[in-house]
Design a protein around this ligand. Structure first.
Ligand code: E4P
Length: 217
């Protein structure tokens, strides 16, 4: 499973990129707002840093507007993925932009039917939002499973990009189900390294080591 990081924070992206942990980046209007940066400037910096797909989201509600904004965002760099919402207009924009040879990420997906339509429209990525479904006492991971099954049944090439990830467990669950990509905030990727038994084991080793009176360096 590929890892994308869900942020527009350049320092966080740089750190994960230098460690070889990430294969791409996703942003959205809320993350751009949080960065306090100009969308084109910060997206260009991200694209200069990371070779993989960098999602930049349109904000128009009509397909014409999304197409125009998508073409403008695509001028930033070759690895831009144009993000459009899963509405009827978003699907129209997805079809046009995909036919132009551009990468398109259809976002705000909350049902298997929506994912089916995005695949028919030729989306490069479909972004089902796990956490926002879980917040409503629904099961976001079930949605990932359903889409995996449907895409595999018919050989759809659209990549499942699990989004709205809130915990380290979501990452391994998505990998078990077979999501192609998972996008997570930097803190969730860091949290994947944590285990209470690792900390406990380390404490015990260090306490015994102290008793030996030895040094390695
Ligand atoms: C995905 O591309 C979105 O940017 C993101 O995963 C949304 O996550 P949230 O529900 O935590 O805002």
């Amino acid at each position: 499973m590929k890892f994308f990081v869900d942020t527009a924070d350049i320092d966080a992206i740089r750190e994960l990129h230098e460690l070889g942990m990430i294969d791409g980046v996703t942003t959205n209007p809320s993350l751009i707002m949080k960065s306090g940066r100009d969308i084109k400037e910060v997206t260009k910096e991200i694209c200069d840093l990371v070779d993989g797909p960098v999602s930049a989201e349109t904000v128009a509600l009509d397909s014409e507007g999304m197409i125009a904004e998508g073409r403008e965002l695509a001028k930033i760099a070759d690895n831009i993925t144009i993000k459009v919402p899963l509405t009827w207009d978003g699907l129209k924009a997805c079809k046009v932009l995909t036919d132009e040879g551009r990468m398109v990420n259809v976002t705000l997906c909350f049902s298997a039917n929506q994912a089916l339509l995005a695949a028919k429209a030729g989306a490069t990525f479909i972004s089902p939002f796990i956490g926002r479904l879980d917040d409503l006492n629904l099961d976001g991971l079930d949605l990932i499973s359903d889409i995996r099954q449907i895409y595999d049944n018919y050989g759809f090439e659209t990549n499942i990009l699990a989004a709205s990830i809130r915990s380290a467990n979501h990452m391994s669950d998505c990998a078990k189900i077979g999501a192609d990509v998972a996008t997570a905030p930097p803190a969730v990727i860091h949290a994947m390294a944590n285990h209470v038994l690792t900390d406990k084991g380390l404490d015990a080793f260090l306490s015994d080591w102290k008793k030996t009176g030895q040094k390695i360096l």
